[in-house]
Design a protein around this ligand. Structure first.
Ligand SMILES: Cc1cc2nc3c(=O)[nH]c(=O)nc-3n(C[C@H](O)[C@H](O)[C@H](O)COP(=O)(O)OP(=O)(O)OC[C@H]3O[C@@H](n4cnc5c(N)ncnc54)[C@H](O)[C@@H]3O)c2cc1C
Ligand code: FES
Length: 261
């Protein structure tokens, strides 16, 4: 784990409050695995010493990218960071997704939950024998379907979208196209694994489908964090073994280990 002072290389506004933040972080980028996260100290909040956690969207060539949405004090302050500024960033943190997949990889994301799935898809695509990958992206409207142009550059990723208002893809929840594909795979007796990141109700639905199908399910949980390194217990998630810290035992958990309220 590194705590690096990283120069901001890009800070790209992609609309609807979302931005890509790219920093130079050679050691971190080399060590990062999909599903791990970074803990960013936001300069104007320096006095509080509290950092903000973000999944890694990509890590290569000495650069680490996150995709974030401004929702509160920290992320709005992060918006003000300019190219050339320096940020203190800790990472890689937490446990990520597995490095391989048996059968078809079903990636399910909502909102900024697509971020770790992009990194995962790139790594799976680079395997000697890449799995077939299907990305299911859900959002309230078309504007919430993020990074589709970036996923389009990864060979072998088939993309299915769903929006609540029907402005893109299937009208309804992301589980609508997911269930269609699950039915097809089950009928064919084809193996698959589920990988998910997004809002809790979506994660609960995906975890349940993994359990029902007795298929591996890898669920990335988003919990409020303070220390990011296991000391404060602010980020606990209920599991079949009691409470686990998302920043240490997670953020990626096996579906069968999670207990949703
Ligand atoms: C492992 C992990 C990975 C994450 N990856 C990303 C990412 O890739 N992109 C991204 O935009 N955000 C991500 N987040 C969420 C991000 O850390 C929060 O949005 C951020 O901490 C909010 O800080 P703030 O000061 O702007 O908001 P605050 O002022 O602290 O809160 C503003 C609002 O956001 C809500 N909120 C704050 N933190 C979270 C949270 N963790 N989950 C849900 N709601 C929250 C609060 O309840 C409040 O309503 C991730 C969180 C975790 C734990
Ligand atoms: S954030 Fe402190 S233990 Fe996880």
């Amino acid at each position: 784990m590194q705590d690096e002072t990283c120069k901001v290389l890009e800070h790209l506004d992609i609309g609807a409050g979302y931005r890509y933040l790219v920093v130079a972080a050679p050691q971190m980028a080399a060590a990062m695995e999909p599903g791990q996260f970074v803990h960013v100290r936001v300069p104007s909040l320096e006095a509080s010493a509290v950092r903000r956690p973000f999944s890694v969207f990509n890590a290569e060539d000495g650069r680490v990218t996150v995709l974030y949405k401004a929702v509160g004090r920290g992320t709005r302050a992060l918006n003000a960071v300019a190219v050339g500024d320096e940020l203190k960033i800790m990472g890689p943190l937490g446990h990520g997704f597995p490095k391989k997949c048996k059968g078809t990889a079903l990636l399910v994301g909502g909102g900024f939950g697509v971020a770790p799935l992009y990194f995962l898809a790139r790594r799976l695509a680079a395997l000697e024998t890449p799995p077939k990958m299907i990305l299911f992206v859900g959002g309230r409207t078309q504007a919430d379907l993020l990074a589709l142009d970036r996923f389009a550059t990864i060979p072998g990723v088939d993309v299915r979208t769903a929006t609540n208002d029907g402005s893109a893809g299937v009208k309804g929840l992301v589980t609508v196209p997911l269930d269609d594909e699950l039915a097809r795979l089950k009928a064919a007796g084809a193996p698959f694994e589920l990988f998910a990141c997004g809002p809790d109700p979506m994660l609960k639905a995906v975890a349940q489908r993994a359990l029902d199908a007795k298929a591996p399910g890898w669920i990335s949980m988003d919990r409020h964090m303070i220390c990011g390194v296991g000391a404060c217990y602010a980020c606990v998630q209920k599991t079949v073994r009691g409470y686990s810290r998302c920043c240490i035992e997670g953020p990626v958990f096996r579906a069968e280990d999670l207990v949703f309220d």
